[in-house]
Design a protein around this ligand. Structure first.
Ligand SMILES: Nc1ncnc2c1ncn2[C@@H]1O[C@H](COP(=O)(O)OP(=O)(O)O)[C@@H](O)[C@H]1O
Ligand SMILES: [Mg+2]
Length: 346
């Protein structure tokens, strides 16, 4: 093979093999060598890549087919999916053709497709349950409860609840899709976080009161300003404080505090702490996934959509901040938010 061709193939990030008419490897580019460390030139190709589909395609090409492709999954460190493209390589010196094979890792594409598929299935399911309930109420009111004023009144209340649930779900879905679209553009405003946190606390005062929860604010009046979007950060803390209240027992305390360990000149760290049941460590890494809930029934009963923490995560990505969750079963949880401090103009 010409030197220049080798250079070109070595410059590619895709693993490339050239296999001679005897099914032996005659060339591997750099990417192939680094991925398949035990493979050597001269070795039988099927000893390196054992996939039947891939070897069948190779035989086809060596027998004269111009092209072939094979989709194969191979057990590497984790199972990895490749699209293998094979093409015939005729040479002047040899009457029989060789074959060039390139391996394109398509695992991430498949994962994204799977996620999209799961997401659509989840959304449909979440929308269908309130819709089914609504349809049921309508039928009952048209039939058995046609003349029962009192039952109708009760049903209308429940119907309003179901409609609210659908409304919340659609609102959260729209928030999420807007956030994902704008994630690459960071916010530029300076936000007065003490002001924002007090507002969040007072807007959730009613919910706290109903749960007999004491909301305590434990931070300086003059917190440094952070770089952010006021409405989005309100959404972050509203979600976290609302969760803390919802998932806490009566007569307990929810505390919003400045975490002095995490805060420095460039970062402001705020914690939301509850004395609820806590979260088992196996669930913690998944809490920010869309629709992930530890206890579906409980979340639903509280009017949750399962999207709150996913929204929080995306807002914090856009803000170049982060969320940390620590929790101990039986003791409670702390959700910690870190945000970049705004540079003062002075
Ligand atoms: N403070 C908390 N204490 C215990 N569990 C929590 C807390 N915050 C969130 N969770 C768990 O994380 C899940 C996801 O939260 P979230 O995305 O806000 O959805 P939702 O509150 O609508 O169910 C909740 O269903 C709950 O199981
Ligand atoms: Mg929530």
């Amino acid at each position: 093979m010409k030197k220049s061709v080798r250079y070109i193939l070595n410059g590619l990030t895709l693993p490339v093999f050239v296999v001679d008419p005897n099914s032996k490897i005659s060339f591997m580019n750099k990417a192939a060598k680094s991925r398949y460390k035990n493979a050597k030139s001269g070795q039988e190709f099927s000893k390196v890549i054992t996939s039947k589909k891939c070897n069948k395609a190779l035989t086809d090409v060596l027998n004269g087919a111009a092209n072939a492709t094979a989709n194969v999954t191979m057990q590497e460190v984790v199972p990895t999916s490749f699209r293998v493209s094979l093409s015939r390589l005729d040479s002047d010196s040899d009457p029989l053709p060789s074959c060039v094979l390139s391996f394109e890792d398509v695992s991430h594409i498949q994962e994204a497709e799977q996620m999209r598929h799961d997401f659509v299935a989840n959304v449909s399911h979440e929308l269908r349950s309130p819709l089914t309930a609504l349809t049921g109420f309508v039928e009952t009111m048209q039939g058995p409860a046609k003349d029962d004023k009192e039952a109708q009144h009760r049903f209308l209340g429940m119907m309003a609840n179901e409609a609210d649930r659908m409304g919340r779900l659609i609102g959260d879905l729209l928030s999420l899709s807007r956030l994902q679209a704008g994630e690459r553009v960071p916010p530029t405003d300076s936000v007065n976080l003490s002001h924002l946190l007090k507002n969040v606390a007072s807007s959730l005062g009613g919910l706290a009161e109903r749960g007999e929860i004491t909301l305590s604010l434990d931070f300086a009046d003059e917190l440094p300003f952070v770089v952010g979007d006021y409405d989005e950060l309100t959404q972050v803390f509203q979600n976290l404080v609302e969760n803390a209240i919802k998932y806490s027992p009566k007569k307990s305390e929810v505390r919003i505090f400045q975490d002095l360990n995490g805060s420095d000149a460039a970062n402001l760290t705020i914690g939301v702490q509850d004395a609820g049941d806590g979260i088992d460590p196996t669930h913690i890494p998944r809490l920010t996934e869309r629709f992930y809930r530890v206890d579906k029934g409980r979340s639903r009963a509280q009017g949750g959509t399962g999207l709150g923490l996913a929204i929080v995560k995306h807002i914090l990505i856009r803000h170049r901040g982060w969320l940390k969750i620590t929790s101990e079963l039986g003791k409670g949880s702390v959700f910690t938010v870190n945000l970049p401090v705004a540079k003062s103009d002075g």
